[in-house]
Design a protein around this ligand. Structure first.
Ligand SMILES: Cc1ncc(COP(=O)(O)O)c(C=O)c1O
Length: 450
């Protein structure tokens, strides 16, 4: 590896590359990180600095770590055999094999997949499936509205951003995308309207029901939710929440879309997070860990009933179901199965959460939560009121951690998130918890926070 001058590369990047969702100001303050290689769960930047990547990259996609030669070989072999086969009625055999495998792994009656290249496109597919299903079924032919949740993230394309609330990106499309509205989500640390956590499930399900009635049940096509919401950090719902949501959706013939773009393909210790609550979606959006970040791939998987109801699915993209990406995904699934990674993620995630509990004693740590290998620390400047920091505290802690060789991400108003690769060891987790603890203590000391 040739070492480069970080400043030169950063200047080139700032002049010629558009960084998404990062202000020019923070780039100038040193937020740009330019990597040259990766090995296992380590990323190496252009200056040769090594980092323990506790996020599977800051999108959580690189779920099996870097330089996995089994996936690289599968991709190479597929490229030499058939790199692309077109679309319409033409499809590569590997794409069909992947769709068939997904049908076997998916919960409930999910049976048929339309592929895309990003989580946003998966949700565009899912919304089209929902709307076209109602048109063809005929009982609610005008059902077009999509209901999502406060603080949800579903993507950046127009339909997906219509359902999105998180990070203020929705306002970029102001005055907004027609047909979208939102209801409260079951956050348990800072609950909706400050209610008791025990009331949250019932409140959210009742609210959804009233909202459907208000919108007109005959006009509502679908409700979409992330099984575990990323907004402000890993919002694991109460155990009965999705069961109640499913009942409400069924009552009004509203399809339930589970957005498993982050949670799918093992992140929570199960193939799909909805399995934790035994609730089956009608449509499931996937992406990210589906191909472990080795190629862009996503999917919208629907039940047999929905697939059969549609005489034709009016959605086409040149690279949907790209054979190379599908080969990466087939190998990713094969590795998760043959290396027994689902129980490993569940056990290692539980260990991670347990080790982090000691940080609760720190004055600015409000909550620590997670599921599988997806965890977060939620900070507060006042444990009694749970008030979030409205400043750069989390960013500063994340910066201190990266200065000490550990990469993580600040998440929204109040949290720091961890989503390490499924191959992360207990030693690496111990190192991460130590660096996190030291970074929080140093931040508290510097700013007189106690
Ligand atoms: C739950 C969820 N859905 C959809 C998306 C959009 O995926 P992509 O960025 O691949 O378009 C994301 C991205 O973070 C996500 O977290």
């Amino acid at each position: 590896m040739t070492l480069k001058n970080i400043d030169d590369v950063t200047r080139d990047a700032m002049d010629h590359y558009v960084f998404p969702l990062v202000s020019k100001e923070s780039l100038k303050n040193g937020d740009a990180m330019i990597f040259e290689s990766g090995e296992g769960v380590e990323l190496i930047d252009v200056g040769g600095n090594r980092y323990l990547d506790m996020m599977s990259t800051n999108t959580r996609a690189s779920s099996l770590g870097f330089a996995n030669d089994r996936i690289a070989k599968a991709v190479y072999d597929q490229m030499m055999q058939l790199h692309y086969a077109g679309t319409f009625s033409h499809v590569a055999d590997v794409t069909v094999r992947l769709a068939t495998k997904i049908a076997k792994l998916s919960p409930g009656k999910l049976a048929a997949t339309s592929f895309g290249s990003s989580g946003s496109e998966a949700n565009e597919n899912s919304f089209k499936f929902a709307r076209e299903y109602h048109i063809h079924k005929g009982t609610k032919p005008f059902a077009r509205k999509i209901i999502s949740r406060w603080n949800a993230y579903h993507g950046a394309t127009m339909g997906a951003i219509g359902a999105t609330d998180y990070l203020g990106t929705r306002n970029i499309t102001w005055p907004g995308v027609p047909g979208h509205s939102r209801v409260p989500a079951p956050t348990l640390y800072r609950t909706p309207f400050g209610m008791d956590a025990s009331e949250v499930s019932e409140f959210c399900a009742d609210y959804l029901e009233q909202h459907i009635l208000h919108e007109g049940p005959e006009l509502v096509a679908a409700f979409i939710a992330e099984p575990v919401m990323q907004g402000d950090g890993v919002q694991v719902p109460p155990d009965d929440y999705f069961k109640r949501i499913r009942e409400v959706c069924d009552r009004y013939d509203v399809l339930f879309i589970a957005d498993e773009v982050i949670t799918g393909f093992g992140r929570t210790g199960k193939w799909f997070a909805m399995e934790h609550w035994g609730v089956d979606p009608d449509i499931m959006s996937t992406g990210k860990a589906m191909s472990a970040g080795y190629a862009p791939l996503s999917g919208s998987t629907v039940t047999e009933e929905i697939a059969e109801c549609l005489p034709i699915f009016s959605h086409i993209q040149t690279y949907q179901g790209h054979p190379t990406a599908c080969a990466a995904s087939m190998k990713t699934i094969d590795i998760i199965e043959s290396d027994n990674l689902l129980p490993y993620v569940a056990e290692t995630g539980a260990y991670f959460l347990e080790q982090m509990q000691r940080l609760r004693e720190l004055a600015i740590v409000g909550d620590i939560r997670g599921l599988g290998l997806w965890t977060c620390i939620d900070f507060t400047r006042d444990k009694a009121t749970k008030a979030p920091f409205e400043d750069d505290t989390m960013k500063r802690i994340v910066r201190r951690m990266s200065d000490n060789g550990v990469l993580t991400c600040d998440e929204g108003k109040s949290a720091i998130e961890f989503a390490p690769a499924y191959i992360t060891t207990r030693e690496q987790i111990d190192q991460c918890v130590d660096v996190t603890e030291r970074a929080i203590i140093a931040e508290m000391k510097d700013r007189n926070l106690s």
